[in-house]
Write a protein that binds this ligand. Structure first.
Ligand SMILES: C[S@@+](CC[C@H](N)C(=O)[O-])C[C@H]1O[C@@H](n2cnc3c(N)ncnc32)[C@H](O)[C@@H]1O
Length: 235
């Protein structure tokens, strides 16, 4: 299964998983709002169903009207929500040169095996002084390790997960399709493409089994969070 096929086949399961994890969704939205680098034209790469973009506009005045998304099923839902979406991947989509101020990758870099190809494209697409906002699950985090273990075992239905996995665990097809990167790997790939790291911020700092219960306030750094935002600038 390719990195976006799972999202095409199970697009409806994606939003319903967040429906079962509303506090987690709110914590993640707050992280992006906390890290957001300012005004300017923004594009979401791997925008999925546009769920975050809708909430960011409604609750935080952050407007991301345009998206790139490889899975038609996800893109169709994002379009229903009012986004314009081009079908494509972070590595191959035509993003142009100096065309945009902010590029957001929310949860999508875990489905991009080759980060440097994607970030080199991002660097070229940004106007000078523009930013990337890369937000994702680090492989070294509680969720990251849990997902790697589930992938290795091929199931959530294993005794090792008793009392460990969250009630509504991330659907297995999305776990299996991912390439989980560490935050250090994401930062190294950004720096190799000429980006300057501006800041990092984090949320979901409790054990995954507890993370869906209670909304967290984000804080700076990336030493403890299971969801981390990296903000980097094109000099
Ligand atoms: C975890 S979802 C995140 C979706 C959305 N950004 C959100 O936060 O709700 C990952 C998304 O990345 C997309 N994706 C998969 N491979 C990709 C690639 N090579 N480039 C860009 N996006 C990709 C998937 O189709 C999916 O919509």
């Amino acid at each position: 299964m390719s990195d976006s096929t799972a999202f095409d086949l199970f697009a409806n399961d994606y939003d319903s998983w967040f429906g079962d994890n509303r506090d987690l969704l709110e914590s993640e939205v707050r992280l992006i709002a906390h890290a957001w680098p300012g005004k300017g034209e923004a594009l979401s790469v791997g925008c999925g169903t546009g769920l975050f973009e809708t909430i960011l506009a409604r609750e935080h005045g952050i407007h991301i009207q345009h998206g790139i998304e490889p899975a038609e099923g996800m893109a169709a839902i994002a379009r229903d929500r009012g986004m314009t979406v081009n079908i494509g991947t972070a590595e191959a989509a035509e993003l142009g040169e100096g065309t945009v101020d902010i590029l957001m990758y929310n949860g999508s870099t875990s489905y991009v095996p080759d980060l440097q190809t994607a970030f080199a494209k991002a660097h070229r697409a940004l106007r000078p002084g523009g930013h990337v906002v890369v937000v994702d699950v680090p492989r070294e985090s509680g969720y990251g390790v849990l997902y790697c273990l589930a992938d290795a075992l091929g199931t959530w239905d294993h005794p090792v997960f008793k009392g460990v996995k969250p009630d509504a665990a991330y659907p297995m097809p999305f776990v299996k399709a991912a390439t989980w990167h560490t935050t250090a790997e994401r930062i190294a790939a950004l720096e190799a493409c000429g980006f300057e790291i501006v800041r990092t911020a984090q949320t979901l700092t409790r054990h995954p089994v507890n993370a869906p219960h209670g909304v967290e306030t984000p804080r700076d750094g990336h030493d403890a969070g299971d969801y981390v935002a990296i903000v980097a600038r094109r000099a």
